[in-house]
Design a protein around this ligand. Structure first.
Ligand code: SAM
Length: 309
């Protein structure tokens, strides 16, 4: 697949396409569509040939009547299904990084380490169609696996993977003054920060991800030498379960703890009719934090290269 096709997903599912098969929110897998192959799961047997020609997002049925959804391999979904060769960045941090690094189509972005390519996949989409991501990891096998993944996801024309010790050698000189943004996810990022500064264009932005605050403090000390606007964030994703239910005007819903949480009350017209204007009950949209809420991943420190007058 070429990059444009991989990013737009406007086409119909074709033989050879990578798709994400969605069984439930916690059960997704990446599959290459292959005419003649079958997917077997607890919902039955699904023939790939039945999927060809369908739009992404289709609900497809097995011979037993079970169903799955065929989704496009967006960066968000790829992050959920990729094989973990390292710790990875998840979408809450990723979206923050792309936004605060001010990455737009056409940008040149440098990254290290590549790891499992979770962040790189979103960076590639953000710079498409004319920009490029150059990502470096000192682990040859990891770099090779990431290259294979970018081939699979159709992003290899937007991402180049290099093998290099970025903490020891810095980024290659050929990128001096050429990068719009630099992202570091390294164990000792302060060693790579001076090189990141050399690579950035005037006004370029650096971001460093670190799991612990001691690393952040050390990175900030180094950043202060030639960066400004240094800011550290921790992104904590809180998922809410949202549902609609009946409640009375006293605000309690059969003693359920959900009733004490923020709720948006909405008058239900059929109830008013039935009760001839007696508005004792209404429906309400209620939300409570999900039990699956994720905790700390790391700190994101952003800094802008100081302008040289
Ligand atoms: N951000 C990545 C993602 O979302 O998939 C995960 C990065 S992973 C936590 C850190 C990576 O940095 C590892 O793959 C490791 O091999 C690489 N690394 C560690 N030290 C390095 C160095 N000195 N130069 C280049 N890469 C390095």
């Amino acid at each position: 697949a070429d990059g444009k096709k991989a990013i737009s997903f406007q086409h119909l599912i074709a033989n050879g396409d990578l798709i994400i098969v969605y069984e439930r929110h916690d059960n997704l897998k990446a599959i290459k569509v292959c005419d003649g192959s079958e997917l077997q799961n607890r919902f039955g047997v699904f023939k790939h040939s039945d999927w060809i020609g369908k739009p992404f997002g289709s609900k497809v049925f097995s011979s037993k009547g079970g169903f799955v959804y065929l989704l496009a391999p967006t960066p968000e979904l790829w992050t959920l299904v990729l094989s973990h060769r390292t710790q990875i960045l998840y979408i809450a941090d990723i979206s923050f990084v792309v936004s605060f690094l001010e990455i737009v189509p056409g940008c040149v972005v440098l990254e290290s380490g590549t790891g499992s390519g979770s962040l790189s996949t979103s960076l590639a989409r953000a710079v498409a169609p004319t920009g490029h991501v150059y990502t470096f990891d000192f682990h040859e096998q990891r770099a090779a696996s990431a290259r294979d993944d970018f081939e699979k996801t159709g992003l290899s024309n937007l991402v180049t993977v290099g093998v290099r010790d970025i903490q020891g050698e810095g980024f290659p000189d050929e990128f001096s003054g050429a990068a719009d943004s630099v992202f570091l996810d390294l164990p000792q990022p302060w060693l790579a920060i001076p090189s990141a500064g050399k690579m950035l264009k005037q006004d370029g932005v650096l971001c460093s991800f670190s799991p612990c605050i001691e690393q952040v403090q050390r990175s900030c000390e180094t950043m202060r030498l030639n960066f400004t606007d240094i800011r550290t964030f921790e992104v904590l994703l809180r998922t809410y379960e949202v549902r609609e239910g009946k409640t009375d005007f006293g605000g309690s819903e059969n003693g359920s703890p959900i009733s004490s949480l923020p709720c948006k009350r909405r008058q239900c017209s059929s109830e008013i009719d039935n009760n001839r204007g007696d508005n004792k009950y209404s429906t309400a949209v209620m939300a409570r934090p999900s039990a699956e809420a994720k905790g700390h991943t790391g700190y994101l420190t952003f800094a802008r290269l100081k302008c040289i007058q």
